[in-house]
Design a protein around this ligand. Structure first.
Ligand code: ASP
Length: 439
């Protein structure tokens, strides 16, 4: 049994948090490869080390003094080192970092030091090998990720190490230039390592006990999702639910390795298992609810639209020409509606409308703004009759007007459009009928 374990910033924000992590790793000897993030916030008013590094580097880049800020970062690490009573110092490392900042080594280099230094401390604390991600995570010269070389380098280096710490978030080009993934990218490193070592499980430790059925800012004490498929997760993540970096799914999904989201502060909780497929019957008909506000519906009407070949293509072309991505496209016989992001659309609306006018000569085009989309996702919906009926009667009871309905043919999700102002109430109504009432 081989497990790859990734710990997020809040799990490593202080010496106390490090100790919890140490206990978790030592409790299971199959936890052989460890991916740390940089120290995160110790409380809500704190600053993540990654953000401190970006700010500090900005000063260096502008030729301003940055010693004070760099020392504050050093203090964060020293506090951890002393709290863990480790016999080590990062003085030499910080000398190198100072030189590199002065030489303007780049903001990616700067940000990567958060994980690098935390990895050094973690390796010392656990007595594991330290493997610099710069030697095993590879990027192409244009900055894009090089999956093939990375897989090869990781397998080669890790087969020579029984137990190792590999810092998350960054790698390098062949010439040594440091490159980072986007924010939250340590999740991706963990997934890549899990694939390369053919792990049985990728544990992703964070500060929540798994994926919640609904956003806790709307549903207090939301139920936790016990098991979710990659497909369901994609649907929910696309609609804004986030625990895991989106790109972290692909490497392990391809290799058939499950991900287990766990809580460092409540290690006895099972968390959420993310799997390729499962025969487990979900506890509720739905797996999760997620949504986003801020959409515009562009309604286009024309008599005999359905008989006009190429109508949809021409309409969609107007959005494409203006670089606007389309969210949903419900249609009637002589009407079609295109849902787009309001912010993205606002600047270009007149151009898009005049292009549509020119290309298809519609009878009317009308715009409705301030709409929200809500995705109700669940593999259980396929086998349950009456899901849509219950969903819409719950919304009707809550006096919510449904503007749009879209059910994918996979029956994995139902997307509904409502007014922004009804967003929270709609989610509450859906949660109540499927989770609280357990229907
Ligand atoms: N430390 C980086 C960030 O704050 C990467 C990560 O934590 O995964 O985004």
């Amino acid at each position: 049994m081989k497990k790859v374990v990734k710990f997020g910033g809040s799990s490593l924000a202080s010496a106390e948090q490090f100790m919890k992590v140490g206990d978790i790793i030592r409790a299971d000897e199959s936890r052989r490869y460890v991916i740390p993030s940089a120290p995160g916030k110790r409380d809500s008013s704190d600053t993540k080390v990654t953000d401190m590094l970006y700010r500090c580097y900005e000063l260096a880049e502008n030729g301003q003094p940055f010693n004070k800020q760099l020392n504050q970062i050093k203090e964060r690490y020293n506090e951890i080192i002393h709290g863990l009573k480790l016999d080590m110092t990062l003085n030499d490392e910080f000398e190198v970092i100072k030189k590199q900042f002065t030489a303007k080594a780049g903001s990616m280099y700067a940000a990567s030091r958060g994980e690098y230094l935390n990895g050094k401390i973690m390796a010392k604390y656990l007595n594991y090998d330290f493997i610099d991600a710069a030697n095993v995570i590879r990027f192409h010269r244009d900055g894009s990720f090089d999956a093939e070389t990375t897989d090869h380098l990781l397998s080669e280096h890790l087969s020579a190490s029984e137990r190792a710490v590999i810092p998350g978030f960054y790698g390098s080009m062949k010439n040594g230039t440091i490159v980072t993934f986007s924010r939250g990218g340590s999740d991706i490193t963990g997934s890549l390592v899990a694939k390369a070592v053919k792990a049985n499980l990728y544990e992703n430790w964070t500060d929540v006990s798994g994926f919640l059925v609904a956003d806790p800012r709307i549903i207090r004490d939301s139920a936790v999702i016990h098991t979710i498929t990659y497909m369901e997760l994609r649907e929910l993540a696309y609609m804004g639910a986030s625990v895991l970096h989106e790109d972290a799914i692909f490497p392990v999904r391809k290799a058939g390795i499950p991900i287990n989201i766990r809580n460092t502060n409540a290690p006895d909780d099972d968390g959420t298992m993310i799997v390729a497929s499962t025969c487990r019957i979900p506890k509720y008909t739905i797996t999760g609810i997620a949504g986003k506000k801020g959409f515009v519906a562009v309604n286009i009407e024309k008599d005999m639209m359905n008989a006009e070949i190429g109508f949809c293509r021409k309409v969609l072309g107007a959005f494409e020409d203006n670089g606007i991505s389309i969210e949903h496209m419900p249609s009637g016989i002589d009407t079609m509606t295109v849902f787009v992001d309001q912010q993205e659309f606002e600047d270009k609306e007149q151009k898009v409308i005049s292009e549509i006018q020119d290309s298809v000569h519609p009878d009317t085009i009308d715009l409705e703004s301030d709409l929200a989309l809500i995705a109700v996702v669940g593999r259980g919906m396929k086998s349950t009759r009456g899901t849509a009926g219950r969903l819409f009667s719950a919304l009707a009871h809550a006096h919510i007007n449904v503007k749009m309905i879209d059910q994918g043919s996979s029956e994995l999700n139902i997307i509904i459009g409502v007014k922004n102002e009804d967003f929270n109430d709609a989610i509450k109504a859906i949660y109540d009928i499927f989770v609280v009432a357990q229907l």
